[in-house]
Design a binder for this molecule. Structure first.
Ligand code: PEP
Ligand code: MG
Length: 587
């Protein structure tokens, strides 16, 4: 019997999370959220009523199907009891009756009327003091989305209910998509847009799964169910690989597996140079679910917990208790090491579902500490939750997007006030909690001496520091060639931060993506950074470099790179050193 050979097709993008995944494609299409609004005649009212009823029936059918799949053990992130609640919402008179009344009165298309009734209902629930009712707002929203998709004939694509071995191919994945996806069964991501420091890349590295971004229009040329190899090292996405490609990848997998096995042996060993200089090598997480991979990789605690991912999948804000439980769970999982909890860094390329950017330049806009200082209730709730978790484990606080000492003082005043409240209420917390500032804006790096007097540590956010220093949007692939972490200006600002920290007897770490690149590790060590924090996927490789290096040679290298006038010179030095230390880690 002869089988027809599959036609292989290769798309080339940027490999942003190491590893090779073999799996089956699931094309994720984001539904267009715009709900049309138009007038109808009196004669069209019955027709609109019929469309609405048909959409409700279809929604109920979808919910029943989902319940059956759960009962059959196919699994879903949504428990069956929640689907019961969703089913009851499709029959709720307080939602359905106003739709019929307004349809007759206003004579507009039914999706517009339904959406406006539902949004009002959601808002009323979201404003309720009772937590149970507030949570129902989420359920009504989910049902509303389903009904609207049925009315508009849009495909329902979910990321929460996927078969094992799924490789998601999408134009883009928003932070709310990645926070809600089925982590068990997804083995890789591929997106048309994005860069090394975009959130999709960051999340893939934290989940320890391979990813490729910047594939231009690949998502339009593939379909569900195709067999694929995703190479997170080289950035290739190979559709329907032929036998020869499979053989080549098989050979590579054997080689990489032996490198991984060699690196896995470093797990329990300290991040220490050959001449005995000890560094802290911590990990970055986006969600508590990232902790097992981090612990397995041998991280010494969490150097960056990007807490905004707890806020991105929902329309309401997580309560103090919910946050406390998550922070305390992470602190327990990290024990005996510490967890640096970064306060909410929303904005830039991370938005809540209803807060899409109304700004022309969101990275220069209402983001991170600016948002928190302008929304003290949201900020105070988070600080209370973090402080409470500081009674359960070693927890530190870090403020993002600090542009100068004034913001640190303002944030610290609020922190002191929150501490005073907790004391009055007899709630336990660590009053000596360490507070740090992210150094990711040039104005902060240039005034690091002043900021160092107000905090206990610095952590360099190189992803933003590079973007703001060089005026290169970190997520825009059109200027990705200008995004240059070894530019002399960036290196000088980083050196400023380290020197200011050490002059003031505080430590300085780095938690941007630079910290996870084996290539940069010798430079960072030589510059005097005390802690490197990176995603679990990158950690063993970085530890390997640290352990094969002398501090003295790293310091010589750092001095030489700081004299270089052009980043190509710097990269040549770094490449030569890595090639000598461990050629398996190059490329
Ligand atoms: C950074 O900017 O380097 C950083 C670690 O923060 P984020 O990537 O979340 O902006
Ligand atoms: Mg940042």
């Amino acid at each position: 019997m002869t089988t027809k050979p599959a036609t292989e097709k290769v798309f080339q993008g940027i490999g942003v999370s190491p590893g090779v995944a073999h799996g089956t494609i699931y094309v994720y299409k984001i539904a267009d959220e715009v709900v049309p609004e138009y007038e109808i005649t009196q004669e069209q009212v019955p027709q609109e009523t019929d469309r609405f009823e048909a959409a409700l029936v279809a929604t109920r059918q979808q919910l029943h199907d989902l319940q059956e799949r759960i009962a059959a053990g196919v699994g879903s992130a949504t428990p069956s009891s929640i689907l019961d609640v969703h089913l009851s919402i499709t029959e709720d008179p307080s939602l359905l009756e106003p739709v019929m009344t307004r349809l007759n009165e206003e004579k507009k298309n039914v999706e517009f009327i339904f959406n406006s009734v539902a949004q009002k209902y959601i808002q009323t629930l979201a404003d309720m003091p009772d937590e149970y009712l507030r949570e129902r707002a989420m359920d009504v929203r989910d049902v509303t989305d389903r009904v609207l998709r049925c009315l508009l004939g849009r495909q329902v694509r979910s990321l929460t209910n996927l078969p094992p071995g799924t490789i998601i191919v999408a134009h883009d994945l928003s932070p709310s998509d990645t926070s809600s996806l089925d982590r068990k069964n997804v083995v890789g991501f591929a997106t048309d847009v994005g860069s090394h420091t975009s959130h999709t890349a960051i999340v893939a590295r934290s989940m320890n799964i391979p990813a490729v971004v910047g594939l231009r229009d690949a998502s339009q040329h593939v379909h569900d169910g195709q067999v694929v190899i995703l190479d997170g090292f080289s950035g290739s996405l190979v559709i329907e690989p032929n036998q020869q490609t499979q053989f080549v990848y098989g050979q590579l997998a054997v080689k990489r597996h032996s490198v991984d096995e060699r690196l896995a042996e470093l797990r329990e060993l300290p991040a220490e140079t050959l001449d005995g200089h000890r560094l802290a090598l911590a990990g970055n997480i986006e969600l508590p679910e990232d902790m097992p991979a981090l612990v397995a990789a041998g991280a010494e605690g969490v150097g960056l917990f990007r807490t905004e991912f707890l806020y991105l999948t929902r329309r309401d804000f997580p309560s103090e208790n919910e946050q406390y439980e998550k922070y305390a769970a992470v602190a327990r999982a990290a024990h005996p090491h510490a967890v640096i909890i970064r306060t909410l860094d929303i904005g830039g390329d991370k938005f809540r579902p209803d807060d899409q950017p109304a700004e022309v330049n969101p990275f220069l806009g209402f983001r991170a500490i600016r948002y928190c200082l302008a929304n003290p209730d949201i900020f105070r709730t988070q600080l209370r939750a973090i402080l409470r978790a500081s009674a359960d484990g070693a927890v530190k606080i870090m403020y993002p997007m600090i542009s100068g000492v004034g913001e640190v003082r303002q944030a610290n005043e609020i922190l002191q006030d929150v501490m005073a409240d907790l004391r009055r209420q007899g709630i336990a917390f660590n009053a000596d909690i360490d507070v740090g500032a992210m150094m990711e804006i040039p104005s902060a790096a240039m005034t690091a001496e002043m900021i160092a007097q107000e905090v206990d540590f610095f952590s360099i956010g190189s992803n933003d520091l590079v973007q703001y220093t060089l005026a290169v949007d970190r997520v825009n692939e059109r200027v990705a060639n200008l995004y240059d972490p070894t530019h002399p200006a960036v290196l000088r600002l980083m050196r400023n931060c380290v020197e200011a920290a050490h002059n003031n007897n505080i430590w300085c770490g780095i938690c941007g993506e630079m910290a996870g690149e084996p290539l940069y590790a010798p430079l960072l060590i030589g510059m005097g950074l005390d802690e490197l924090s990176c995603a679990s996927a990158s950690l063993p490789r970085v530890k390997e470099v640290i352990r094969r290096l002398n501090l003295s040679e790293a310091q010589e290298l750092a001095a030489a790179t700081l004299n270089a006038t052009d980043s190509r010179e710097v990269l040549a030095m770094l490449n030569a050193l890595l090639q000598r230390i461990d050629p398996d880690l190059t490329g």
